[in-house]
Design a protein. Structure first.
Lengths: 424, 324
């Protein structure tokens, strides 16, 4: 219970108001409100469906949902220019969608299909869309901060007006890369906004159990990176704070740390039993649902009718339906493409790039297509295990759903403890 | 008993036996561990002995090294072997070097535990098998237990040993059951296990691949009338090369199976050792079956195609008899 007190204390120190949808910011024009709400709704519906598809074992590995964090994602990305860069974590479906990556290619990636935005190689944790300057979701906590600093260095180097937004969690502020990136960005005056999405937990570890300084906006001051804080449940507050942070980063060449105080409504990943927090705490935060509160305000101020909201939601669901259908119809990557994109191939690269020792006949990696029958058949023999594994996984998840409160791995959804023999 | 329970027991017994032993890692306490290996330990031993840490791999390991130099016996858990890459500085430049570089004045009785391995679609940042990287480093001991009994016996040994130990578990193995001797003590590092006797070909399986190798051997016997001798080295440093050489001298053929990458892999190393020590006994080149030489892809069929299964081991063994 001490935890909850800490949480609500933090809420009230935010720029945004603790309850209700940012009463201190007046509503923008109707088109903007429409766009913002539509995106938040789309992300919510997408995530809900992704969760369902995971239960059906259409999606493997880890699945981290951003439900509860939609205002943080949409409010901030809405403040970015199309030419700005975004880097995120493994909890990034919403970020990709907010930047314009078609939901169907995101879903196809989650399904591990060839039309996925990373061609099925990366999965949920590693989405990417170069065209939209979404430079990736990253599975290594804290791994993206140096990258973002490097992207910002490029902006500075080439004298462009582009800026970079780097999103990461409260838990990531404890990695060495956090301090090191802050220092270099400040030292070299790079146009980057570090946005810490403080959803109160790093996996099952609450903020005050993992960070000595719990006002995260202060955590980079000593490195020369000024911080500010916004109400991550209020899309308008996030938008205004990000706009200002981006302006300072872009125009004054002063990197910023922006903390969005929010909450993830779901577990860390799909099989998190959430024993580290109380149902009441979750309920408390759910009452501040960023979509419901923004919707309510739009209706209260008579910009939208209930029917308008309903229609937006229907559209979101239709888009998600389409995404699932598209993903389902997209094929798995060709087995012969296993070595594709391992190297940028050019005339200057001679010799053997790779050996595939799974087969008795060594061959040249990227040349696998020409490597003859044996390696191909062995790849097929390996892939054949996918069918076995999938059936087992479906059974396991079904059992877990049945148990309702079944124990899970939290981080590790595909629980190896239930795999008895076979299908390794 | 399951492999994860065997590990849990080893930790519990060592925590009980020695006040200096403590464990730390991300989400090992309140959350009970990402793979539940540490379940119940926080409750039993309290947060002085069972410490949740921030997400700071290099520093977690470094804190372990420092506390070990000063007399404690830390067991650090890293969630996945890929995250150990963030701690390579503390592992290689510090833990492994300190006893040597300071002329033997300080010891680093540290254990760093971590799981590895593919098959759960965790993609290119969470599913690799990197035992070869640690094997490369003088000053480290490296354990790769593949059964519940070995997991327990070797972990106890690791904690009691005065050297830094890289203790590599496997995500697939956590749920596997095996007999664990009642009141079993620590096992010795550097003693391979012969999992199956055979006279036609020696198959050395590393980590989970010891299990795959055993299954392949059964198929070879049933379907091809070949008797494979399956050896699980259990620890890579120290390595029980004698047992492997003895077997090769009997079978005259060797296949090494590992999940990791081929270049600079455990198999590459073992193949070199075997041909150096037993060249005259070999009737065929030493063969390797390894993971594909790519970052582990997410997509299920690609992932399954990217690490060895029984079929690959069977084929590799058969290929050694092709020209006879
Ligand atoms: C280097 C590294 N260590 C540990 C993990 C395992 N892990 C994945 S997410 C996570 C918690 C991260 O918390 P936070 O930064 O707050 O982000 P959130 O998940 O809350 O969005 C951990 C420990 C990892 N992926 N990478
Ligand atoms: Mg968090």
């Amino acid at each position: 219970m001490a935890r909850e007190a800490a949480v609500s204390k933090e809420k009230s120190t935010g720029n945004g108001t603790a309850d209700g949808a940012g009463a201190q910011h007046s509503l923008p024009d109707k088109d903007t409100c429409h766009a913002v709400l539509a995106k938040m709704m789309l992300i919510r519906r997408f995530e809900e469906r992704a969760g369902e598809m995971y239960a059906k074992a259409k999606i493997g590995g880890f699945l981290h949902l951003c439900i509860g964090e939609e205002a943080t994602i949409v409010g901030s990305t809405q403040a970015m220019r199309d030419t700005d860069y975004l880097l995120s974590t493994y909890r990034e479906h919403g970020q990709a969608i907010a930047r314009g990556t078609p939901p169907k290619t995101v879903m196809a990636e989650l399904f591990g299909r060839v039309d996925g935005c990373s061609k099925g190689r990366g999965g949920s944790m590693h989405l990417f869309d170069m065209e939209r300057r979404f430079l990736g979701g990253y599975g290594i906590v804290g791994g993206n901060l140096p990258l973002a600093t490097g992207v910002a260095l490029q902006c500075e180097y080439n004298g462009t007006e582009d800026a970079v937004v780097c999103m990461f969690g409260d838990g990531a502020t404890n990695q060495g890369t956090f301090g090191e990136s802050m220092n270099m960005a400040a030292l070299w005056k790079l146009p980057v906004v570090f946005m810490v999405i403080n959803n109160q937990f790093g996996m099952g570890t609450a903020l005050e159990r993992h960070s000595a300084v719990t006002d995260l906006s202060k955590k980079a001051e000593g490195y020369g990176v000024p911080g500010s804080r916004c109400d991550g449940m209020d899309v308008l507050d996030v938008h205004s704070a990000t706009t200002e942070a981006l302006r300072k980063a872009r125009e004054d060449r002063q990197p910023q740390l922006l903390e969005a105080v929010t909450y993830r409504f779901r577990g860390h990943s799909m099989a998190d039993p959430e024993e580290y927090r109380s149902k009441d705490e979750v309920e408390e935060w759910r009452r501040r649902d960023p979509i419901a509160s923004f919707s309510k305000r739009l209706v209260d101020e008579e910009m939208f009718s209930e029917e308008d909201l309903e229609k937006l939601d229907q559209e979101a669901m239709a888009t998600v339906d389409e995404a699932v259908q598209f993903a389902d119809n997209s094929p798995f990557p060709d087995l012969d493409s296993l070595y594709d994109n391992l190297y940028v191939l050019g005339e200057q690269v001679r010799g053997w790039w790779s050996v595939d020792e799974r087969s008795p006949e060594p061959h040249r990696g990227e040349r696998e297509r020409e490597a003859g029958r044996v390696p191909h058949e062995l790849a097929e023999a390996g892939a054949a295990y996918a069918g076995v594994a999938e059936a087992q996984e479906r059974k396991r998840r079904q059992r877990q759903a049945d148990e309702e409160h079944g124990e899970g791995e939290g981080e590790h959804a595909a629980d190896p403890r239930d795999v008895e023999g076979g299908g390794d | 008993m399951r492999y994860r329970e065997a590990l849990n027991q080893a930790l519990r017994e060592e925590l009980e036996a020695d006040e200096r032993v403590f464990i730390m890692g991300e989400d090992i306490g309140v959350f009970q561990g990402a793979f539940k290996v540490t379940a119940g330990l926080l409750e039993e031993f309290g947060d002085k002995r069972v410490r949740d840490t921030p997400i700071s791999e290099n520093t977690i390991v470094g804190v372990g090294v420092g506390s070990a130099m000063a007399g404690l016996r830390p067991v650090v858990e890293l969630m996945t072997i890929n995250f150990a890459l963030l701690a390579l500085d503390q592992i290689v430049n510090h833990a492994a070097a300190i006893h040597y570089m300071f002329g033997g004045q300080a010891k680093v009785p540290l254990v760093v535990r971590m799981p590895q391995g593919g098959g759960h679609q965790l993609g290119p940042t969470h599913s690799h098998s990197l035992e070869a990287m640690f094997l490369h480093v003088p000053g480290l001991l490296v354990a790769v237990p593949s059964t519940a009994a070995d997991a327990k016996g070797l972990l106890k040994a690791a904690i009691q040993d005065d050297n830094p130990v890289i203790f590599i578990e496997h995500e697939y193995l956590y749920g596997q059951r095996g007999e664990v001797p009642e009141n079993g003590g620590p096992m010795r590092f550097g003693e391979a296990a012969v999992r199956r006797e055979g006279s036609d070909v020696t198959v050395v399986g590393i980590s989970r691949m010891a299990v795959t190798a055993e299954r392949a051997a059964e198929r070879l016997a049933h379907e091809h009338e070949l008797e494979a001798e399956v050896i699980d080295p259990r620890t890579l440093r120290p390595l029980d090369l004698d047992t492997i050489l003895e077997s090769v001298k009997k079978t005259n053929r060797a296949v090494i199976v590992e999940e990791g990458w081929p270049h600079g892999g455990v198999g590459a190393n073992l193949a070199a050792l075997i041909q150096e020590q037993a060249f005259d006994y070999l009737d065929a080149p030493v063969a390797r079956v390894t993971g594909a030489d790519v970052p582990m892809p997410y997509s299920k069929p690609l992932e399954q195609a990217a690490f060895p299964h029984e079929e690959h081991v069977v084929q590799a063994c058969l290929a050694l008899f092709k020209d006879l």
